[in-house]
Design a protein around this ligand. Structure first.
Ligand code: PCA
Length: 218
């Protein structure tokens, strides 16, 4: 991974679980080609599949040498933009992925550490989102499906590069998806766009995170 690190990589996912769209790719693609402080943004849609998603993502990191990687995924049922704190070394699928894989209790990376923390300034991002009127929270679990798989995989891949900040953001359904789910919260694409732009700008500006509470009590 030699060379310059002056780009931003944003990823979303294909639709899955019977949905016809995925808000993560709808919002991610809007950033393709945009520039932030001299950094060009590349956007890519990842397959919603264990293994294949990470293979594509690792190639993209090699190709673009980004210094910021923000992976985005749909979390249907969540009411806020969720800045994921922790990726865990486990695949445990409740449903089959888009390629029919259904792993149960297998590690993402054999002999990898149990977990990685996001290196994005998640507290600062949450604060900036809330100050902009966008519901946002720190989340302490990205689940055990393809999103956590990709989150763990990217953190494992960039672990030895202190100049690459990476992390994962879960987003709610779009309103047009939520109409098909009883009592499901949603967020409009314009707000999702604003949220991801704030996440990018905050990640570029803040080398250290804020020390404010984002915890939960069970
Ligand atoms: N959400 C799923 C996988 C793809 C996506 O957008 C998840 O949370 O694991």
């Amino acid at each position: 991974l030699a060379g310059f690190f002056m780009s931003i990589l944003i990823t979303g996912f294909e639709a899955f679980a019977g949905e016809t769209t995925n808000p993560s790719w709808q919002v991610a693609q809007l950033f393709h080609g945009k520039k932030y402080s001299g950094h060009t943004t590349h956007a890519q849609c990842l397959p919603t599949a264990f293994g294949e998603s990470l293979r594509v993502l690792e190639e993209l990191i090699e190709l673009h040498k980004p210094n910021i990687v923000i992976c985005i995924g749909q979390a249907g049922g969540r009411h806020a933009v969720s800045l994921e704190r922790v990726a865990i070394n486990i695949d445990d699928a409740r449903i089959a992925d888009n390629l029919g894989n259904n792993p149960i209790d297998v590690p993402v990376k054999l002999n990898g550490p149990n977990a990685y923390f996001s290196t994005l300034p998640i507290k600062s991002i949450v604060q900036n989102l809330q100050q902009s009127g966008i519901p946002a929270e720190v989340s302490n679990s990205a689940g055990t499906f393809v999103c956590n798989h990709v989150f763990y995989g990217v953190m494992h891949y960039v672990a030895s590069y202190s100049n690459i900040k990476a992390g994962f953001i879960h987003i709610p359904y779009l309103p047009e998806q939520a109409v098909h789910h009883k009592n499901a919260p949603s967020m409009a694409l314009a707000h999702l766009y604003q949220a991801i732009e704030i996440a990018i700008q905050t990640s570029l500006l803040n080398s250290h995170d804020l020390r404010i509470s984002g915890g939960t009590i069970c």
